[in-house]
Design a protein around this ligand. Sequence first.
Ligand code: NAD
Length: 368
Amino acid sequence: MNEVIAPEEVAQDLNPVIEKMALNEHEQVVFCHDKASGLKAIIAIHNTTLGPALGGTRMWNYKNETEALNDVLRLSRGMTFKASISGLNLGGGKAVIIGDSYTQKSEALFRRFGKFVDSLGGKYITAEDVGISPKDMEYVNMETNHVSGLPITLGGSGDPSPVTAYGVYMGMKAAAKEQFGKDSLEGLKVTVQGVGHVGETLVKHLTEEGAKVTISDINKERVQEVAKKYGTEVVEGDAIYDVDMDIYAPCALGATVNNDTIARLKCSIIAGAANNQLLDEKEHGMLLKNRDVLYAPDFLINAGGLINVYREVEGISQERAMELTENIYNTTLDIFKKAKTDDITTHQAALALAESRIASIAELKTRR
Ligand code: NAD
């Protein structure tokens, strides 16, 4: 038996957690621990006004619990706005499993995690995210039905990435329409950073339309393979930020739009799939606005995958999911218009739209 901790000490440790929850108005944060399987996880439910909180589970070797907590709080908040702006009846949630996804996975760990998800009674619906494979989700699914994005063979909606890529493509076309007066990408110079599941399909759409595409990826084999398949140029490492381009499409990591890169980027548009592209939403959103670089908000244009997963929750058809994803084009144009009219950044305009839908539905729910 471990040493018992004094209640005052527990309260002291909890205070910063409660403060962080309060900062962005998270509804519930669940800390999961299981000694036998080695599971350490956090489930964060940000907002369930519109529906159950849906968001993937990420397995990552976080330096410590604080880093994991910060990540899950930030990601779950983003899911609320992504669902809202896409018109879905879903709330925002996310889970993180603290551990090495190469060495610390086991059936018991994922089944135990599944039991924790199940204990929330459907308030949180999980899915795959970074570090998690379909096989892992199969184990989670053995203990709970509150799992989405499963392979088609298991009755799910399959890989969401092609739908995400299509939505990003729609958002990019809307940005071209706003910035250059026509939505054709033919002849435009587009740089895609990261040609994984989403990036490769985006490159396919772009090259089919006649854009001049340059790609980068830290995976050398993959970048050569994709370049050969679609006839693109390749750039290595950080040199991507100095390429002569019209559009920068971050499809690898978050936070690549920051003081250093904004000073270097020569593009007129930023539109990509990565989550949390702006290192600082306010500061870097404003810097882009001042430089007349049009930023297509990430959580708006990368929502195709979530829309696809929504098929499993609401039972909508694949055709309807594609229609909703195509509509990202119109919503993106609306956001640009609002940003101009209100003289705010495009990120602020997107947030305002997402928040206003949540507020109006919350008000509606108070009525009979
Ligand atoms: P992925 O892991 O399949 O692809 C990411 C690619 O980026 C990999 O090929 C990787 O080698 C490369 N990469 C990593 N670091 C890099 C760097 N510094 N420079 C260049 N390349 C680098 O992931 P994905 O599913 O294609 O998702 C791409 C991004 O979009 C992620 O940020 C993800 O969170 C986001 N996203 C994905 C979906 C989806 O449906 N898959 C939905 C919404 C958002």
